[in-house]
Write a protein that binds this ligand. Structure first.
Ligand SMILES: [Fe+2]
Ligand SMILES: [Fe+2]
Length: 395
């Protein structure tokens, strides 16, 4: 019996103190995640990061994280240039730079819980689920909760952007091709700007910030420590940024708040380049240069990370701060899974990610049945990052 089922038993739920029940529920969820991993090499790679992120909760500590990385810095003194695609992307990135401090209208007044310019649509969460648990939510309560959900979401964007800033700097050092280093340097600037604008928006407009989600911490910790350049690419450029690009475009579609819309529109243009960079850089590497064993390990790693993001990205930080007295973790998960807004996010995020995995050769017949099993194979035939323009994502 999965450990979570135990807490549905009214006797157990009644007699356990909330804090203890919550710790056990969390532990059970994490344990099932680690025991589900099929490839021992993947478990060996992600395991230590998962212990740091999920069990020790290092992401929520007050002091800065210190992450030791063991990658090689590669310098080609001959400056061999052999990728016209990345050279073109570098030129484009220089042309399209913008200034987060002056190109956005920060004088716009944001009222997070007012009727006008709603941050999120009213039916974003499954309110009937709260009602069925005896929790009545007035319109005012709902607006307040949506404000918090957006704060949670933008906080995760912000933390992901910080991870991307560090990953882009590492990638610039360890990528073996010169054009990739030039392009990577522009991404470092892009990510710094994204950290700047999300941070400013959260601090000065929204006033609702949340710590980094344990699963996001685990992925960032794992890829920053990995010594292999392609894993940093796969983890950050393809997985984290691919999902983020889907999330940004969905939020751009849903929100009516004009400053956030313009901020997201600009960030989406940058992120579309970043994901393209990942696809260009890895396209031939996995299918032509790597051994089948090496490629398989990446294929399994990508699947496990996709699962980690799909199953675990459930606003638990808000649950832990406000709702754990009122419902079990499973009831919360059910509410999130049934919420129209969260479902839309999930669909868009994976419809952006899965085609990129196909494009770089990590969605073969070997792994496809697993994607089918968890309902992610439906996105297989969508357009990849190199087949889609940023304008399509904000239209
Ligand atoms: Fe970014
Ligand atoms: Fe990015």
């Amino acid at each position: 019996m999965p450990i979570e089922d135990l807490f549905e038993n009214p006797l157990v739920a009644k007699h356990l103190p909330v804090g203890v029940r919550h710790q056990l529920e969390r532990f059970g969820e994490h344990l099932s995640l680690l025991t589900e991993m099929r490839n021992p090499r993947v478990l060996r790679r992600i395991g230590p990061s998962a212990v740091r992120g999920l069990i020790l909760k290092q992401g929520v500590r007050d002091e800065p994280a210190r992450i030791v990385s063991a990658h090689e810095t590669i310098i080609d003194w001959q400056l061999r240039s052999d990728s016209p695609e990345l050279q073109a992307l570098y030129q484009k990135a220089k042309r399209l730079q913008w200034n987060g401090a002056t190109d956005l209208d920060w004088s716009i007044n944001v009222e997070p819980e007012s009727n006008e310019n709603a941050l999120l649509p009213d039916d974003f969460l499954a309110w009937d689920h709260f009602e069925s648990l005896g929790l009545h939510m007035t319109l005012k309560d709902r607006r307040h909760r949506l404000h918090q959900v957006l704060g949670w979401m933008l906080s995760q964007f912000l933390h992901g952007e910080q991870g991307a800033l560090m990953a882009a700097a590492q990638v610039t050092e360890c990528v073996p091709f010169t054009d990739g280093k030039f392009y990577g340097a522009t991404q470092v600037v892009d990510e710094a700007r994204h950290v700047e604008v999300f941070h400013r928006y959260l601090e000065t407009k929204l006033g609702a910030t949340f710590p980094i989600n344990d699963n996001l911490f685990t992925i960032i910790d794992s890829l920053l420590r990995d010594s292999r350049w392609d894993m940093k690419f796969l983890g950050m450029q393809i997985m984290v940024e691919g999902l983020a690009l889907g999330a940004f475009s969905m939020l751009h579609k849903l929100t009516k708040e004009p400053l956030l819309r313009e901020l997201l529109r600009r960030v989406i243009h940058d992120e579309a380049r970043h994901v393209s960079y990942g696809v260009h850089a890895l396209k031939h590497v996995y299918t032509r240069e790597f051994s089948e064993n090496e490629r398989r390990e990446r294929e399994d790693w990508a699947f496990e990370v996709a699962l980690l993001m799909r199953n675990r990205f459930r606003v638990h930080e808000l649950y832990e701060s406000d709702f754990q007295q009122m419902m079990t973790r499973r009831q919360w998960n059910e509410m999130v899974d049934r919420s129209p807004g969260m479902r839309a996010f999930r669909t868009t995020m994976f419809s952006r990610l899965v085609p990129n995995l196909r494009e770089i050769g990590l969605l073969t017949d070997r792994i496809l049945p697993h994607y089918k099993r968890v309902g992610l194979a439906q996105y297989m035939n969508g357009r990849s990052a190199t087949q889609i323009e940023a304008e399509d994502l904000v239209r």
